[in-house]
Ligand binder design. Structure first.
Ligand code: ADP
Length: 481
C-alpha cells in the first residue's frame, strides 16, 4: 500500500473516531439534560397532584373522620381531568391495594412495592416506542396514607435522541467524505518529496548519476532531498573517478602491450635469424647487439614500471632536508654533462620530503630537459624558498611541448615524438613516475611550455613544520624543526 494511502487511512480513522465519540457525547449530553428536566417536571407534577389530593380530601364533609374509598374515585377522576391532556394516575391505599387506576396506566407494581410513606421515587417505564416517567409519592389524606402514582410521557426526549444520532451519523459521513478529499490533496502534497526522491533513486539505479531530486520543502523531507543530492553528487564523482581509472588502466594496458610488442618483435626476429641462418661474424654481432639493446630497453621499462607501482602504493616517509643537500647531489650527478649548459641556483631552505624520491623526480626532469635541448643549450635548475614550502623548477630552451600535449605527457608510455624518444632510450614512463611521487607528497607537476621555445617544469613541496617531523641529523644533512 502506498505511503500516502496509509497516512490517509490513519487520518480518516482518527477523524472518524473523533467525530463518532464527540457526536455520541454531545447527543447523549443533550438527551440526559432533557430527560433530567422531564423527570424534575414529573416529580413536581406528582407533588402538585399530591397536594391537590390532600386538599380535596380536606374538603370532603366532616362527618367522616377517615376518607372513604368511594370519595377517592371521585377526587382521582377530577385530578385525572385537571390537566390539558388526560393524566395517567393510580391511587393505592396503605396496604398498596389499588383504589383507582386511569385507563392506559400500565406501570407495574414493583416501584410502588419498593416505595415507603416517606420517600418519593421514580423510574422510566417503557411500552413499545413510548417512554414514561413513572413517579410514586405518598399523600396524607385525612388520617390515611395513600400512594399516588403518575405517568408522564417523555417519548419526545427519546425520539429527539434517536434523531440526534441519525443526524450526527449523516453529518459524520459528510464530514468524512469532505475530509477524505481534503486529506487526499494534503497527503499527496506532503508526500511529493518522497515521490520525487523515489523517481530520483530509480533514475540513478538506471545509471543516470547526473539526475538530481528537486527540493520542494524546507522540512525534514527537504533535508533528506538535500542529503540525497549530496550523496548522488559523491556517487557521481566516485563513479566518474572509477570510470576514469578504468579508462586510464585500459589505456595503460594498451600502451604497455604496444611498448612491449616493438622490442619483443625485434628480439624474436633477430633470435630467429640467428638460430636458422648461418651468417658471418659481423652480421651475427649486429643481431646479438639488437637483441641486447632491445632487451635492455625492456629491462629499463620493467624497472620503471615497478618504480611507478611501488611509488603509487607506498606511504611517504617525510623528512626535513636542507635544499643544499639535494642541489649538491644534482650538481655531482650531472657534473659530467658537457653537451648542455646546466646552471643550478637555489635559496637556502628546508625541503619537507622523502629525499631519495625527490632526487628521482629532479633527475628525471633534468634528464628530459637535456633530451629536449640542442647541443650546448641552457638548462636552469632552481630552488626557491616560499612562504608555504619549497619550489623547484627545471627550465630548458629546447623543442618545447605543443599545448594540446602538455597534459598528456604525464601519462605512462606517452611520448610526443615516439621515434625521437625511443632513439633517446625513452619509454614515456619518467614523468608518470614523477607524477606518482609528487602525488604521495601532496604536490603536482606544473608544466609551462612553448613549442620551439622551451619548457619549465615546477613543483612545490609544502612545509609540514607544524606536523612535528624528526629532529636534525647533520651527518646526512637532514634537518629537523
Ligand atoms: P621519456 O622521457 O622516457 O620518453 P617521460 O615520461 O619522461 O618519458 O616524457 C614523456 C614525453 O614528454 C617525452 O617523450 C617527451 O616527448 C615529452 N617531454 C618531457 N619532458 C620534455 C621537455 N623538457 N621538453 C619537451 N618534451 C618533453
Amino acid at each position: 500500500m502506498k505511503f500516502s494511502f496509509k497516512i490517509l487511512l490513519c487520518m480518516m480513522t482518527v477523524i472518524a473516531l473523533a467525530l463518532g465519540f464527540s457526536g455520541y457525547y454531545f447527543v447523549n449530553y443533550v438527551f440526559e439534560t432533557s430527560l433530567e428536566r422531564e423527570i424534575g417536571q414529573s416529580l413536581d407534577e406528582s407533588s402538585i397532584l399530591g397536594f391537590a389530593l390532600e386538599t380535596a380530601a380536606l374538603n370532603v364533609p366532616t362527618n367522616y373522620s377517615v376518607l372513604p374509598d368511594n370519595t377517592i374515585d371521585e377526587i382521582a377522576a377530577n385530578l385525572e381531568a385537571s390537566g390539558q391532556q388526560k393524566r395517567l394516575l393510580r391511587i393505592s391505599d396503605e396496604r398498596k391495594q389499588t383504589l383507582y387506576v386511569s385507563d392506559g396506566f400500565f406501570a407495574d407494581r414493583q416501584l410502588l412495592e419498593e416505595t415507603d410513606a416517606k420517600v418519593k421515587s421514580y423510574h422510566i417505564a417503557r411500552s413499545g416506542k413510548k417512554h414514561y416517567v413513572h413517579a410514586v409519592t405518598a399523600v396524607n389524606a385525612r388520617n390515611r396514607v395513600l400512594y399516588l402514582e403518575t405517568m408522564r410521557d417523555v417519548s419526545e426526549v427519546f425520539t429527539e435522541r434517536a434523531m440526534g444520532f441519525s443526524l450526527y451519523r449523516r453529518v459524520t459521513l459528510l464530514m468524512l467524505l469532505i475530509g477524505l478529499l481534503l486529506m487526499y490533496v494534503l497527503t499527496s502534497f506532503l508526500t511529493k518529496p518522497i515521490r520525487i526522491l523515489t523517481r530520483a533513486t530509480k533514475q540513478m539505479a538506471a545509471g543516470d548519476y547526473a539526475y538530481r531530486a528537486n527540493q520542494v520543502s524546507q522540512d525534514e523531507l527537504g533535508e533528506l532531498t538535500m542529503d540525497f543530492n549530496a550523496m548522488a553528487e559523491a556517487l557521481e564523482r566516485n563513479v566518474g573517478a572509477l570510470e576514469h581509472e578504468v579508462e586510464a588502466k585500459e589505456e595503460f594496458m594498451g600502451a604497455f602491450a604496444h611498448e612491449l610488442k616493438t622490442p619483443l618483435t625485434a628480439i624474436i626476429g633477430y633470435a630467429d635469424t640467428l638460430r636458422s641462418h648461418s651468417m658471418d661474424e659481423e652480421k651475427r654481432m649486429m643481431a646479438a647487439n639488437y637483441i641486447y639493446t632491445e632487451g635492455k630497453r625492456l629491462e629499463v621499462m620493467s624497472l620503471r614500471l615497478l618504480d611507478i607501482i611501488v611509488a603509487g602504493n607506498r606511504k611517504v616517509n617525510l623528512q626535513r632536508v636542507a635544499a643544499q643537500v639535494i642541489f649538491d647531489y644534482l650538481k655531482e650527478m650531472f657534473a659530467g654533462r658537457t653537451d648542455v649548459k646546466m646552471q643550478f641556483s637555489f635559496e637556502a631552505g628546508i625541503v619537507c620530503a622523502e629525499p631519495n624520491l625527490i632526487k628521482t623526480v629532479l633527475v628525471n626532469l633534468i634528464d628530459n630537459a637535456c633530451k629536449a635541448s640542442e647541443q650546448g643549450g641552457g638548462i636552469e635548475v632552481e630552488g626557491r624558498a616560499k612562504e608555504d614550502g619549497y619550489l623547484f623548477s627545471v627550465r630548458d630552451h629546447g623543442i618545447g611541448i605543443p599545448r594540446e600535449e602538455q597534459q598528456k605527457i604525464i601519462k605512462a608510455f606517452y611520448m610526443v615524438d615516439k621515434s625521437r624518444a625511443r632513439s633517446q632510450n625513452g619509454a614515456g614512463l619518467g614523468l608518470a613516475l614523477c607524477a606518482e611521487i609528487l602525488k604521495i607528497h601532496d604536490s603536482e607537476l606544473i608544466i609551462e611550455s612553448e613549442e620551439n621555445q622551451g619548457s619549465c617544469f615546477r613543483f612545490l613541496l609544502k612545509d609540514r613544520a607544524s606536523h612535528g617531523e624528526p629532529g636534525l641529523d647533520r651527518e646526512n644533512g637532514v634537518f629537523g624543526s
